[in-house]
Design a protein around this ligand. Structure first.
Ligand SMILES: [Zn+2]
Length: 138
């Protein structure tokens, strides 16, 4: 047989339609090998597999996401302030002056650990107390 223009055109059409070489050969009345050989000589592109094309959905390639598993850094919980209060918040509460006077104030000096007064006023307070009441473990 000879490859007439019609046959070549038909070969190309069927080839591009995705028919197998053997099918094309049957339709053109030639052997499969003839179809393959002719297609090869004409450098027809490899046919896309109709099966793959129809059954495998084209995967839209997602943009590669950086592995940002890193949790958004939360602001650290505010540190408990007890320590700060204990360290610097105490001042001597020894009253100085007469509460009715405008210049009445508290001592304000650094209170002793576990005491409401500074060292000086602690001494005065507990001396005074020990006189009036006999308890109060110093
Ligand atoms: Zn004081």
């Amino acid at each position: 047989m000879t490859w007439t223009e019609e046959r070549v055109a038909e070969l190309i059409r069927l080839w591009q339609a995705g028919h197998s070489a053997s099918t094309i050969g049957k339709m053109l009345g030639v052997s499969k090998n003839a179809v393959v050989g002719k297609a090869h000589r004409m450098q027809l592109p490899s046919r896309p597999s109709p099966i793959k094309q129809s059954t495998i959905p084209r995967r839209v390639s997602k943009p590669a996401q950086p592995a940002t598993k890193t949790v958004v850094a939360r602001p650290a919980a505010p540190a408990p302030r007890r320590a700060v209060r204990h360290a610097s918040g105490r001042s001597c509460m020894w009253p100085i002056g007469d509460p009715g006077e405008p210049d009445f104030h508290f001592c304000g000096g650094p209170a002793l650990e576990g005491k409401p007064y500074c060292e000086e006023h602690c001494a005065r307070a507990y001396i005074t107390r020990s006189r009036s009441s006999s308890d109060e473990a110093a």
